[in-house]
Design a protein around this ligand. Sequence first.
Ligand SMILES: *[C@@H]1O[C@H](CO)[C@@H](O)[C@H](O)[C@H]1NC(C)=O
Ligand SMILES: *[C@@H]1O[C@H](CO)[C@@H](O)[C@H](O)[C@H]1NC(C)=O
Ligand SMILES: *[C@@H]1O[C@H](CO)[C@@H](O)[C@H](O)[C@H]1NC(C)=O
Ligand SMILES: [Zn+2]
Length: 405
Amino acid sequence: MLSKLCFSAVLALSFASQVYACGPATNHRIDRATVEQNNQARTTKMSTCKPKIAIDNVRVFNGHGLDPLSTVVIDGDVIGTDPTGATKHIDGNGGVLLPGLIDSHCHPGSLSNVQALTSYGVTTAFMMACYSREQCASLQGHHGLVDLHGASAAASAPGSVHGNLALGMGADPSSLVYNTTDAARWVDQQMEEIKPEFIKIVAETPGLSQATLDALVSKAKTYEKKVVCHAADFKAHHQATLAGVDQIHHVPSDKAVGAELAEVIRHRNQISVPTLSIMKAMAEMNTSRSYAASQETVRVYKDAHIPILAGTDANSAIAVVPFGESLHAELELLVEAGLTPLEALVSATSRPAEIWGLHDRGVIAPGKRADLLLIQGDPIADIKATRNIKGVWVAGEWYNGTLGA
Ligand SMILES: *[C@@H]1O[C@H](CO)[C@@H](O)[C@H](O)[C@H]1NC(C)=O
Ligand SMILES: *[C@@H]1O[C@H](CO)[C@@H](O)[C@H](O)[C@H]1NC(C)=O
Ligand SMILES: *[C@@H]1O[C@H](CO)[C@@H](O)[C@H](O)[C@H]1NC(C)=O
Ligand SMILES: [Zn+2]
């Protein structure tokens, strides 16, 4: 069994290096030396084989509460059932074992961002904009580090805040959307060059028209891709709702969404990723933004039974939201805004796994990916307990760097 596991790891490695070596050339300004270093780090990390490990004396978070003390088995890269033959026993010391956390909105740009995410127990994350396939891919597939899923470029209009931001970072002008008929060209080009797992679009004023947002969504649907929409004010929420996007990211900082619009969002089965961390940081930088409106919208969404996913918008450019640590802060902010600690934990584990279609994770159960976060304390009694990090595993691999604290 063990030799079989090692063999498949080697196969996976040669496959990965082939894929990345053959990535398409892009026009975007990228730092080739860094991309090369990132890819190099991937190959040197792939040497160890994973034995069967038993974590004894832990209480498992089961999505509803905490199970009594038990043993959890890591068998290769998945959760096992039988501790017999475990080569190592780890004393969980009465701690709580959570499924690895999922950040549904962040912008890692370097391997140190990727390590920071992992060190805080974030084992899956969604990169919310990719302008270079090569650059994004160089952060993906790192053994023992957070599993990153990549967006397209953020569809935005020339002259908009996001359009100017993208061009300022060296993005090609063809990564902007110029008019309604250009929407189809843009989606085709993204699928060809960036090969995104989902499509990211931006609703803002000034920005893309409603007709262009609609056209982007319907074209993305021809590829069966989910569409997530940046919407940081009230009008943008309205536009995102009408466009029929799958997920609305951020919450307004001008005026809270009311029960009426929330009802429409609920009926369209749309999902909210509030990213309170960035909304709070932005409101602290600019007093004409209202963090109260953001919090109020989360309360309204909760009451309307709109699914809420934890996302941070961790980034290195706009406002300070640190990688990894911010997901723990986000859980606290969600609780402050009215979620129970249990609901907050679900928003970062089983719910995103289900909504993003990652059915191999999000819960601690036999056969699921061994993405685990060991903490001390009871996070259902006090959400801050998630910060007492004692261990992190990614697909069964122990994170051997300094843990987040
Ligand atoms: C839309 O934009 C594209 C790209 O700039 C341009 O080639 C095309 O002529 C425009 N079409 C309309 C109807 O404005
Ligand atoms: C502050 O926020 C308001 C409302 O979003 C915006 O109009 C204004 O440009 C912002 N000011 C700065 C300095 O960013
Ligand atoms: C962790 O890293 C240290 C040095 O960085 C090394 O000595 C140790 O063997 C590693 N432990 C595991 C379990 O990989
Ligand atoms: Zn973002």
